[in-house]
Design a protein around this ligand. Structure first.
Ligand SMILES: Cc1cc2nc3c(=O)[nH]c(=O)nc-3n(C[C@H](O)[C@H](O)[C@H](O)COP(=O)(O)OP(=O)(O)OC[C@H]3O[C@@H](n4cnc5c(N)ncnc54)[C@H](O)[C@@H]3O)c2cc1C
Length: 427
């Protein structure tokens, strides 16, 4: 079983991706991180006439943007009812609409930039892990319709076989707005689009220090054997789950959580049809949820958070994930797994993405495992803000939540994991 992501194994870093051997001397904007956030911001800025360098520690798209489940679903991680209760009706509508626009934005990008990434809007279904969750789903369906005019379909337990070939769920809530794609194809497509608009893509450019000059910044990078710097008017940190202490003031705002995925070998067409008759994206309703789908080439992809840590052994993760997968789909008990891998999510304490600025340095992050569409959108927003094309974003207006007990190391995660497992058992 391979321990690198299936997506990049299937579609490796294109040899002809135009990456620069050297950093440019000077740019308008230096962007740190080459995932959906950084590349979308870069694309918008370059189209607006700015000179932009994307600085990536590893290779383009190396982070979560080539490792994820490829599922784009409405909403952001924080439940929309909680957003409504905390920020009020007006903001709830802005955030909800942004989450729908984010999915439409993928449509637009794929079309405008000609990105071939197997994007299909087959919808998703949230699967009730308990009977009580199904009752809540019924209330949610009504509320989404009354408050936002958003249509979803409640699927009773007896009808679930039209959606999924499994007997372990208690019904579900289906939403046709969602879509799925091949993440590596998408991120490399975005990189190619950004380069076409003039963005300098710089790999092996590990940003180690940001030096403040009177009116600009000097961004120092290392490639292991030497150092290079780029002089930039503005700097954007787009490192989400890989945010470290490069800008110490950012560290307390976000912490990394591991997410883990396995895929099987391709399934026979009749089994694919039985397990996922509509080609939906699936996730379950617990705190420790599972997310799964068929890949475009007909494998079962099955993901989950395991114990929240970022360093679980991939073979051990595969054993755990296989056990939960075969609980849902006993037919897959003997199906060989081909890949097991992990990547880091960026969690904020309020489960909200944020756009902000500290010590003159811009940042955009905090998608909490929901970043395929939202990072695409927030990256685009921050690009437009920096280009002066828009003057505000709701993601920069809400306050941020930091906790006195977290400055550097997320020591509290094992305790949080136990707490949420307990809640899943009793809730
Ligand atoms: C296993 C997994 C499954 C997921 N599934 C889904 C899903 O199905 N749907 C969904 O919506 N979301 C999902 N997500 C979340 C989604 O992938 C992320 O929210 C999104 O990719 C974040 O994009 P980003 O550009 O902000 O960060 P990333 O793509 O993580 O990019 C950050 C980059 O910053 C680079 N970097 C960090 N520090 C430095 C430095 N000092 N110098 C230079 N470069 C640096 C890193 O190397 C990295 O490449 C999943 C995530 C994981 C890990």
């Amino acid at each position: 079983m391979k321990t690198d992501p299936f997506w990049t194994d299937q579609f490796p870093h294109p040899a002809d991706l135009p990456v620069m051997a050297n950093l440019p001397d000077q740019v308008d904007v230096a962007i740190i991180g080459s995932g959906y956030t950084g590349l979308n911001a870069a694309r918008v800025l370059a189209k607006a006439g700015a000179t932009v360098a994307v600085l990536e520690r590893h290779t383009i798209g190396w982070g979560a943007s080539s490792r994820n489940g490829g599922m784009a679903t409405p909403g952001i991680k924080r439940p929309i009812k909680q957003i409504y209760a905390q920020y009020g009706r007006d903001y709830a509508h802005q955030f909800w609409q942004a989450s729908l626009d984010a999915i439409d934005l993928i449509d637009q990008l794929v079309r405008e930039e000609g990105i071939d990434c197997d994007w299909q809007r087959n919808g998703h279904i949230a699967l009730a892990a308990k009977a009580s969750h199904f009752e809540s789903q019924n209330q949610s369906r009504q509320w989404l319709k009354d408050e936002f005019g958003h249509e979803t379909t409640l699927v009773a337990p007896g009808d679930l076989h039209s959606e999924i070939g499994s007997n372990v769920y208690f019904g579900g809530l289906a939403d046709n707005y969602s879509g799925g794609l091949q993440p590596a194809k998408y991120v490399f497509g975005l990189a190619r689009a950004a380069a076409k608009h003039g963005v300098h893509l710089c790999e092996n450019a590990d940003v180690q220090r940001i030096e403040r000059l009177p009116t600009r910044f000097l961004v120092h990078t290392s490639n292991g054997s030497g150092t290079q710097s780029v002089n930039a008017k503005e700097v954007l940190v787009a490192t989400n789950g890989y945010t470290d202490r490069l800008v110490p003031a950012l560290k307390p705002k976000i912490f990394p959580v591991g997410s883990y995925i396995i895929v099987t070998e391709p399934l026979p067409p009749d089994l694919q049809q039985k397990l996922s008759p509509k080609g939906r994206m699936f996730y379950t309703t617990q705190n420790f949820l599972h997310y799964f789908r068929l890949t475009p080439d007909g494998r079962m992809l099955w993901g989950g958070r395991n114990n929240l840590s970022v360093d679980l052994d991939p073979q051990q993760s595969a054993r755990r994930l296989r056990a939960s997968m075969t609980h849902a789909f006993p037919e897959l008990a003997d199906t060989p797994l081909t890949h097991t891998w992990t990547g880091q999510l960026g969690l904020t304490f309020d489960l909200m993405p944020h756009i902000g600025r500290v010590e003159g340095i811009h940042y955009a992050f905090g998608y909490c495992g929901h970043g395929l569409s939202i990072a695409t959108y927030v990256g685009t927003e921050v690009g437009k803000l920096l280009a002066g094309q828009i003057s505000r974003s709701p993601f920069q207006e809400i306050s941020e939540d930091v906790r006195f007990f977290y400055r550097n190391r997320p020591w509290f995660l094992p305790f949080a994991a136990q707490y949420y497992r307990f809640k899943d058992r009793v809730g």
